[in-house]
Structures are given as structure tokens and as C-alpha cells.
Design a binder for this molecule. Structure first.
Ligand SMILES: Nc1nc2c(ncn2[C@@H]2O[C@H](COP(=O)(O)OP(=O)(O)OP(=O)(O)O)[C@@H](O)[C@H]2O)c(=O)[nH]1
Ligand SMILES: [Mg+2]
Length: 192
């Protein structure tokens, strides 16, 4: 697949703003700062379609990017951001739960890309998310981000360890070098 066209269609801060127009959706999940927005930019070949920030967890919205007028990449708000107030945490869970379950629960959700920082490995929050996705019967696959931060050997070891511990294939990705882009796009093609 090539991305010819990408457009931010909705920034939803409320459940009723979620797009449910029957087009397939691929959601991106991961802790704050793991690189979800950077992955969207990388896949779309755009520098600042999705807002990238070095200070995590500023905005809590679900962002719908329409790709090739065909499907949506859905940027979910990041979790695991310690400095969040209880109020913000509550908003996070309401929005995220709402995305997965509420409002005519999306039959259109074809898969969740679970992002994990290659240097950090799965955190307890990541494991909670993965268990939740398993139980909900959601298809998911793992993209290990920031692969450019490790040497070739370290990277191979980290990927092996990650895929062993999760029992799934792991695609390594870097928004700096673009490595992994074709693999991720093929994976998306195969599920939508
Ligand atoms: N070196 C390197 N830096 C990356 C990579 N991906 C993201 N970053 C950096 O990590 C920081 C966070 O990236 P974002 O894409 O904003 O992360 P996010 O998951 O969208 O974060 P939230 O929106 O807060 O949930 C930014 O400073 C990015 O430039 C990568 O593959 N390699
Ligand atoms: Mg983001």
C-alpha cells in the first residue's frame, strides 16, 4: 500500500464525536511519548500531520486520520503519564473505553497497533492493555518504536525478547530512519 492522501478528519474529545461511518479503522495504542503521532506522520510521509510533542500527555483526544479516503488511523490518547490528575485519568478511561466499547462498538475496528518503546519493553500498563485487547477479541500487533536508539545487535536482541515474551511478531520501527514502514503498511493492508 502507498499512502497517497491523509487528512485529519476529527479530533474527538467526546464520545459522540467518534467517527462511525463504516470505514475500517486501525487504532494506535501505547503509553504517552512512545511515538504514536510520529508513527502516523511516518506512515503518511508527512512532517506534521499529527502533532508530536516532547512533553507527554498534554491533549486527551481521539484523533481520526483518513487515509486514501479508504480507512482511518486512530490516534488514541497515551496512557501511563504519571503527572496526570485523577480528573484527567478519568477522562482518559472514559474516552478510551468509549472508543472500544461504546456508541455502537466499532465493528469497523480491524486491528490495534500496540506501540512499545524498544528500549523499555512492555510496561505493566502495556500488558494491561494487551490483556484487555485479547479478552475483547481485538486483533492486535506490536510495533517497537525508536529502533534508531539501539545498535543493530541490541535491536535484534530486544525484538527477539519482546516477541518471545508476548508470543507475537514484532515489527521494529524508527521515525528517524523510516525502517519498518513497508512492513507496517502491509500488515495494515492485510487486515482492512
Ligand atoms: N529517536 C526517535 N524519536 C522518536 C521516535 N518516535 C517518536 N520519537 C520522539 O518521541 C517524542 C514523542 O513522540 P510522539 O509521536 O509525540 O509520541 P506520542 O505517543 O504521540 O505521545 P502522546 O501524544 O503524548 O501520547 C517526540 O520527541 C518524538 O520526536 C523514533 O522512532 N525515534
Ligand atoms: Mg501523540
Amino acid at each position: 500500500m502507498t499512502v497517497k492522501n491523509a487528512e485529519l478528519k476529527m479530533t474527538a474529545g467526546l464520545q459522540r464525536q467518534f467517527l462511525r461511518d463504516g470505514k475500517p479503522q486501525i487504532a494506535l495504542s501505547g503509553r504517552s511519548n512512545v511515538g504514536k503521532s510520529s508513527l502516523i506522520n511516518g506512515l503518511c510521509g508527512r512532517k506534521s500531520l499529527a502533532r508530536v510533542s516532547s512533553s507527554p500527555g498534554k491533549t486527551i483526544t481521539v484523533n481520526f486520520y483518513e487515509i486514501n479516503s479508504e480507512f482511518y488511523l486512530v490516534d488514541l490518547p497515551g496512557y501511563g503519564f504519571a503527572k496526570r490528575s485523577p480528573e484527567e485519568k478519568k477522562r482518559w478511561s472514559e474516552l478510551t473505553d468509549g472508543y472500544f466499547t461504546g456508541n455502537g462498538s466499532p465493528e469497523s475496528l480491524k486491528a490495534v497497533i500496540q506501540l512499545i518503546d524498544i528500549r523499555v519493553g512492555p510496561t505493566s500498563d502495556d500488558m494491561m492493555m494487551i490483556n484487555w485487547l485479547e479478552n475483547a477479541g481485538c486483533k492486535w500487533f506490536v510495533v517497537a518504536t525508536k529502533a534508531d536508539k539501539l545498535s543493530k545487535t541490541q535491536k535484534a536482541e530486544a525484538i527477539e525478547k519482546l516477541s518471545q515474551s508476548l508470543g507475537v511478531d514484532v515489527i521494529s520501527w524508527s521515525s528517524v530512519t523510516g525502517e519498518g514502514k513497508n512492513d507496517i503498511l502491509s500488515k495494515i493492508s492485510s487486515v482492512i
